[in-house]
Ligand binder design. Structure first.
Ligand SMILES: Nc1ncnc2c1ncn2[C@@H]1O[C@H](COP(=O)(O)OP(=O)(O)OP(=O)(O)O)[C@@H](O)[C@H]1O
Length: 573
């Protein structure tokens, strides 16, 4: 669960130091203007220079301290905010990992990216641009009103009233008129990210089908909406600023209007007229930032709401409160796998994708799984990886899988999925995801197992400045063919060296001869491990010990068909 309040509490000390430094910097600015006003007026009276020395020194002191304190405030508050952002982003990421792959499809990838980047930043900006300026403004306003009231009570009352108006009315005006615009920005930002991502990833298909202009126009339309929303926000921020400046003008004119008669009445020293006129300028400086701070708080609230949508999404397979450990196989090697009347349903799906499966896999056994599309082969793999909840029994070494922590399961079971991701980095780094720090000899051996020996040799020859392992594979593995991509993922899975390996169509995108060669070298690498090989093709002799076939998926029942849930898909074992 991502708790922004808890994250804020952990950085509260640093944020507090930032707020204190910010307030001291603003107080220095206030003191600078007040003492400057005094110095100018007093100097005009040409007193002996010694009478002015304290004021001259103070002006220097406050001039320097204002800048130094401001710099320190920036350092401390940004350090705090970045620490908070790091924790927040990590917490959201961890939650996403727990939701993937079964719990994520409700969000488009662009929307998720916008939430993970922009919304987390938006929440963090609340501390920097919302909370801290508000604290500084409050402290400086109290100090300025106290000073003004001490010098001339009437001017102090006018300053208090105009500051109050600026602090309450201007931000309220800005918040009210921009609320609607702010609500639209987060959604428009997510739409824009999604649109740009779709155009970039599907650019070849869009150009080939002549729909690139339409897709681009859609992105431009979203961009225009976002710009319009930002323009409305800027306009309302300007409105708030304008109201604040008006209140400041009232405070300055009010100081003059009360100060000049007070001079005549002898209740105000002449040199202090400049002071009471300049104090409002310094007092208003932080207060003028309040409309923007309030807007930022609104944006942060909206961003926080979008993050909470992620954090409050139920995990498809929550980890048990007190997880058990996988019972070690007394004979050594992989655990015994026992599946009884297994039923697996994807989140949000009305019917199980797999139902009534009975299967026992001995340690070290290699089982082939076939069946028509949609019969639940990949669903079985997802359940075995601990990604999905299930009914029935699914036991590893006698321990029910639902009693195990997801990470523990995945320390035992490895999956080479149909759509494994290739990262935009070198071949070596793509492989080392499975085993960080693995030496090059092991990477090359895994590639040989996956049937990529000749390909690696060719890369070695082509790569003048290094080895073939240094070859960059491009975004989503664009620089490699579909078949090579699948085998790189296979090599990665073999390198991970789990006791139980699930290979989901390792022969996809390969011609029959290459597929047979790859399956044979892979089978050699699987010696001593339990393996489940999902395939649509007949497996070459000797690759697996036995093959089971899942029954076809049920034909969707008509809406008004009675007892549709009684359809049973029993696997043919
Ligand atoms: N990520 C998912 N979210 C929701 N439902 C899913 C998901 N993946 C698969 N399903 C559903 O589960 C059913 C079984 O799909 P599955 O991918 O397990 O079949 P398969 O036998 O592996 O098919 P294929 O051979 O085409 O890969 C499908 O009808 C599909 O609707």
């Amino acid at each position: 669960m991502v708790n922004t309040a808890r994250i804020r509490n952990t950085i509260a000390l640093r944020l507090g130091a930032g707020a204190a430094l910010g307030a001291l910097s603003q107080l220095s600015a206030l003191a600078l203007l007040a003492v400057s006003g005094y110095l100018i007026s007093r100097a005009w009276q040409q007193p002996p220079i010694l009478y002015l020395m304290w004021a001259v020194t103070s002006v220097r002191l406050f001039g320097i301290s204002r800048g130094v304190l401001r710099y320190a405030e920036r350092l401390v508050s940004h350090d705090a905010a970045f620490r908070g952002l790091e924790r927040l982003r990590l917490a959201v990421w961890r939650k996403l990992v727990r939701l993937a792959p079964a719990g994520l499809p409700v969000w488009r990838s662009g929307d998720l990216q916008a939430r993970l980047i922009d919304d987390v930043d938006g929440v963090g900006d609340r501390w920097l641009r919302g909370t801290l300026p508000a604290i500084s403004a409050a402290i400086v306003a109290i100090a300025a009103v106290t000073l003004q009231f001490t010098l001339l009570p009437a001017a102090g009352i006018i300053l208090a009233a105009s500051l109050g108006a600026a602090a309450l009315l201007a931000p309220a005006l800005a918040a009210w008129s921009s609320r609607l615009a702010m609500r639209t920005t987060a959604a428009a930002r997510a739409d824009l990210t999604h649109g740009v991502q779709s155009c970039l990833h599907g650019r070849e298909e869009l150009v080939a089908t002549g729909t690139d202009t339409v897709a681009l126009e859609r992105v431009l339309h979203t961009d225009a909406q976002l710009r319009a929303a930002h323009a409305r926000i800027a306009w309302t921020a300007g409105l708030g600023q304008g109201a604040g400046l008006l209140a400041m003008a009232v405070a300055v004119l009010g100081a003059l209007a009360t100060g000049i008669p007070a001079l005549g009445a002898g209740t105000l020293d002449g040199v202090l007229l400049a002071v009471i006129t300049l104090v409002p300028l310094a007092a208003f400086e932080p207060v003028l930032a309040l409309p923007a701070a309030v807007q930022q708080a609104g944006i942060a609230k909206d961003c926080g709401r979008r993050l909470v949508e992620i954090t409050e999404t139920a995990e498809p397979r929550p980890d048990p409160v007190e997880p058990l450990e996988v019972e070690p196989n007394p004979a050594g090697g992989p655990p015994y796998i026992e599946i009884k009347r297994l039923a697996v349903t994807w989140p949000g799906s009305p019917a199980p994708a797999l139902k009534g499966l009975d299967l026992t896999i001995q340690p070290g056994e290699r089982v082939g799984i076939t069946g028509p599309s949609g019969s639940g082969k990949s669903t079985l793999a997802a359940a075995l990886m601990g990604f999905l909840p299930y009914e029935g029994n699914l036991r590893f070494g006698g321990v029910e899988l639902s009693e195990l922590d997801g990470d523990t399961i995945r320390q035992t079971v490895g999956l080479c999925s149909q759509n494994a991701h290739i990262f935009d980095t070198t071949l070596a780094e793509n492989l080392r995801l499975a085993r960080p720090g693995a030496p090059e000899t092991e990477l090359a051996r895994a590639l040989r197992w996956a049937g990529l020996r000749d390909w690696l040799d060719a890369l070695d020859r082509a790569n003048a400045n290094g080895t073939g392992l240094d070859t960059l594979l491009g975004e989503h593995g664009r620089a490699v063919s579909g078949g090579e991509r699948g085998r790189i993922a296979l090599a990665r899975c073999l390198l991970a060296d789990r006791e139980v390996l699930i290979l989901d169509e390792p022969d996809a995108h390969l011609d029959a001869a290459t597929a047979e060669r790859v399956l044979r070298t892979t089978a050699a690498a699987l010696e001593g491990k339990t393996a489940i090989i999902i395939t649509h093709r007949p497996l070459p002799a000797g690759v697996v010990d036995r093959v089971i076939s899942l029954d076809p998926p049920p034909v969707p029942a008509p809406r008004d068909a009675p007892n549709s849930s009684t359809v049973d898909i029993a696997p043919a074992v």
